[in-house]
Design a protein around this ligand. Structure first.
Ligand code: ATP
Ligand code: MG
Length: 255
C-alpha cells in the first residue's frame, strides 16, 4: 500500500489565524482505499486541517489531488471560483448533521441533492439511487421520508454518509462523526464505515479526539499536537509503540 501513489497529499502546509499558527508545516498523504486517522486534543488543528482539505480555507503550502484533470495543480493556489470544481471530488461528514444536511427536508431529498447537482433530473433515477445510497449507509428505508430533525443522532450520521456516497467522491473527510453518539450507536456506525471501506474501497480521512474511534478503523494514524504532526505511522505501530510523549499519554489514557 505504501508504495502506491497517494490519492491526496499535503506538503508543508502552514495556516495562521491572526498571529497564531493553527497548523505548522503539516504534511500528510492519503493512499487509495485506506483510512487515515487523524487524532489530537481539542484545539490541535484537526478541523482546520479538514477545512483546508475540503478547500474551504486557504493556507500556505502544497495540496495535490492525484486524479485525472487535477494532476500537477496545487489546489492551495486555486481562486475561490475554481475551488468548487475540485471540491466536488470530496465529501465532508460533520459531527453536527446540520452542517451538511437540510434538516427540514426528507432524508431521501438530502441524499438526492448531489445527484441533482451532477445533472440528474429523472425522478425515478434520483429516488432509486438515493435509496441505494441510504441502504449502503445502513439507514432504515422506512424513515427515508422523514427529515433529519425527526431522526436520531446515529440516523442523521447515516444520512450524511449516504449523501456523501451519492456524490461518488474520491475521498470522504469525517470530522468527529461519532462524537456525541452513545457507545453502541458509535460502534454500529463504525461497523458501517468499515464495511463500506471493504466493499466499496472507499478512502477516508477520519478525524477524532478519541483514539478508540480512530483505532477501530484507521490503517494509518497521524497525531496532531498544537498544530504539528508529532507522530505518524501504521495504526498498530503508533498504538503499540508510541514515540512522542503526547501520543504515549493518549495511548496510556485509553488502555
Ligand atoms: N476561524 C478561526 N479564527 C480564529 N482562530 C481559529 C479559527 N478556527 C480555528 N481557530 C483556532 O485554531 C486552533 C485549531 O482549531 P481547530 O478547530 O482546528 O481544532 P480541533 O483540533 O478541531 O479542536 P476540537 O477537537 O475542539 O474540534 C484553535 O486554537 C482555534 O481556536
Ligand atoms: Mg474540531
Amino acid at each position: 500500500m505504501v508504495e502506491e501513489r497517494p490519492l491526496l497529499e499535503l506538503v508543508k502546509v502552514w495556516k495562521a489565524y491572526g498571529d497564531r499558527w493553527a497548523l505548522k508545516n503539516v504534511s500528510l498523504k492519503l493512499y487509495p482505499q485506506e483510512v487515515l486517522g487523524v487524532v489530537g486534543a481539542s484545539g490541535s488543528g484537526k478541523s482546520t486541517l479538514l477545512r483546508i482539505l475540503y478547500l474551504q480555507e486557504t493556507a500556505q503550502g502544497e495540496y495535490w489531488l492525484n486524479i485525472p484533470g487535477w494532476e500537477g495543480c496545487n489546489l492551495l493556489s486555486l481562486s475561490p471560483y475554481e475551488r468548487p470544481a475540485a471540491r466536488r471530488h470530496l465529501a465532508m461528514v460533520y459531527q453536527e448533521a446540520a452542517q451538511a444536511l437540510r434538516m427540514g427536508f426528507a432524508a431521501l431529498t438530502n441524499v438526492a441533492e448531489p445527484l441533482v447537482l451532477k445533472g440528474e433530473r429523472r425522478f425515478e433515477v434520483l429516488q432509486k439511487e438515493a435509496q441505494a445510497a441510504l441502504e449502503r449507509a445502513d439507514f432504515p428505508l422506512a424513515r427515508a421520508g422523514d427529515p433529519p430533525t425527526f431522526l436520531s443522532g446515529g440516523e442523521r450520521q447515516r444520512v450524511q454518509i449516504a449523501k456523501a456516497l451519492a456524490q461518488e467522491p474520491t475521498a470522504i473527510l469525517l470530522d468527529e462523526p461519532t462524537t456525541g453518539l452513545d457507545l453502541l450507536v458509535q460502534a454500529t456506525f463504525l461497523d458501517t464505515l468499515r464495511r463500506l471501506k471493504r466493499q466499496l474501497g472507499m478512502s477516508l480521512i477520519l478525524v477524532s479526539h478519541d483514539l478508540s474511534v480512530v483505532r477501530a478503523l484507521a490503517d494509518r494514524i497521524v497525531v496532531l499536537h498544537q498544530g504539528e504532526v508529532v507522530e505518524e505511522g501504521l495504526a498498530d505501530q503508533v498504538l503499540e509503540d508510541p514515540r512522542h510523549p503526547f501520543t504515549q499519554d493518549l495511548v496510556a489514557a485509553r488502555l
